[in-house]
Write a protein that binds this ligand. Structure first.
Ligand code: HEM
Length: 425
């Protein structure tokens, strides 16, 4: 790695204490070492970019590749990067691992299937799923909102959207559970879950391709996998392998993120009673505008993607005065950028009414989150329905006792125990 003088007052990163509140450490980095070299717990050396302006530039910089094969051989020998098991599972062709022109072609193809219209048509199903999940615990007066609500909602939603038959969805719930537990559990379990999901999706796509060949015409309400199979760009279609990799990345990118957007968002509201009361009042009056702005602020304040996915320098370059050698990994810390006082007034304050809130929670540039419309739909529906149906919702126990998952990319709670008077429901 290129040299950077070590500063003995630099905060220790990636400990459990750091995971519970990384923001003071990020404030230090923004001020003293905005492009900072660190060794990750995996043993891999990487550069952390923490200021908003630098982060935005880095996210859109074509000299930073998403292709893990650009990782310098020497650095790669120290530790692996990317989704566990994905190499073996031949999932390398997904959007977050490729650059133009392949990225441009695949993103255009998937965008013809994963349209805002398809997502909007899905809204009633998300409402039904949300209500069913709350029905299951509302009479009890207590629940773990991660396991019983934030976790199952996106998994059933994405299964429905993709067209995974209902009878197979609980298998998916188990595999997804194994994937999400990697913060504390064995990595082998993640690789196995990834392999199972990949094999299942491969078979499902094959089956649907045969069905489509028999059916011919497009039908109303067709699922997303059928849409992916039909998607064409200048007469070109996705191969079965590309369609499976695409379905997988929609699941992988859209699942834990949504769990944590709901989990972190509800937690932040419960810790800020005056903001929550403001939102609750607006909802009671039938005004949903604050809900939309509020979900964006929850994303900025404590979003699910703490660090954007891996990038690698394709040539020697300088970022904020720091020299970065070819092949070195660059990690853009979205959580730090979104609390940069140079960009946001009083960045450590949660203000649901904040204006000009161009946060980086969904990324920026050509890899900007493809699922943002679905994420917004799910988070708005989940938060509004919870507050409407359980107006007396409160944390059960001491916030100090809550544990955060210690993953590199994602930020989220392991559990969120809550209580309410059952008469509320
Ligand atoms: C719930 C909140 C979500 C957040 C905060 C989020 C955040 C992000 C971010 C930060 C990126 C860019 C990563 C980078 O540049 O390194 C991204 C990309 C992506 N997201 Fe999301 N995401 C969310 C939900 C979803 C959902 C629900 C889906 C799909 C079902 C999804 C699908 C994707 C895909 C496919 C990409 C890659 C796009 C590309 O490389 O062109 N995301 N997301």
């Amino acid at each position: 790695m290129s040299e950077q003088p070590r500063d003995s007052s630099a905060p220790t990163l990636f400990t459990w204490e750091f995971a519970s509140d990384p923001y003071p450490a990020y404030a230090w980095l923004r001020e003293h070492a905005p492009v900072h070299r660190t060794t990750l717990p995996s043993g891999v050396d990487a550069w952390l970019v923490t200021r908003y302006a630098d982060a935005r530039k880095a996210l859109a910089d074509p000299r930073l590749s998403k292709n893990p094969q650009r990782h310098s051989a020497a650095a790669h020998a120290k530790g692996k990067v990317g989704i566990p098991g994905e190499r073996r599972a031949e999932l390398m062709t997904h959007l977050l691992n490729i650059d133009p022109p392949d990225h441009t072609r695949l993103r255009r193809l998937v965008s013809t299937a994963f349209t805002p219209r398809r997502v909007a048509a899905f809204a009633p199903r998300v409402r039904t799923l949300t209500d069913q999940l709350i029905d299951a615990f509302e009479g009890r007066g207590e629940a773990d909102l991660i396991h019983e609500f934030a976790f199952p909602l996106p998994i059933y939603a994405i299964c429905d959207l993709l067209g995974v038959p209902r009878e197979d969805q609980d298998d998916f719930r188990d595999w997804a559970g194994a994937m999400i537990r990697h913060g504390g559990g064995p990595r082998g379990g993640v690789a196995r879950a990834v392999k199972r999901i990949r094999a299942y999706l491969g078979e499902l796509i094959h089956r649907k391709r045969l069905e489509l060949a028999e059916r011919g015409e497009e039908e109303d309400g067709e699922d997303l996998i059928s849409g992916l199979i039909r998607a064409s760009d200048h007469g070109e279609h996705l191969t079965e392998n590309e369609a499976a990799a695409m379905a997988f990345i929609l699941l992988f990118a859209g699942f834990e993120t949504t769990v944590n957007l709901i989990g972190n968002g509800v937690y932040a509201l419960l810790r800020h009673p005056e903001q929550r009361a403001l939102l609750q009042r607006a909802l009671e009056e039938g005004d949903e505008r604050l809900l939309a702005a509020g979900v964006e602020e929850l994303l900025r304040y404590d979003g699910p993607v703490e660090i954007a996915t891996w990038r690698f320098a394709t040539e020697p370059l300088t970022l904020a005065g720091q020299h970065i050698a070819e092949g070195e990994p660059v990690l853009v810390v979205l959580a730090a950028a979104d609390r940069d006082p140079e960009r946001f007034a009083e960045p450590d304050v949660l203000d649901l009414t904040r204006r000009d809130n161009q946060h980086l929670g969904y990324g920026h540039g050509i890899h900007y989150c493809l699922g943002a419309p679905l994420a917004r739909l799910e988070a708005r529906t989940a938060i509004a329905t919870l507050l409407r149906r359980l107006p007396g919702l409160r944390l059960a126990g001491d916030p100090e006792d809550l544990r955060w998952r210690g993953g590199l990319i994602m930020r989220g709670l392991r559990t969120l125990p809550v209580t309410w008077n059952s008469a509320d429901g």
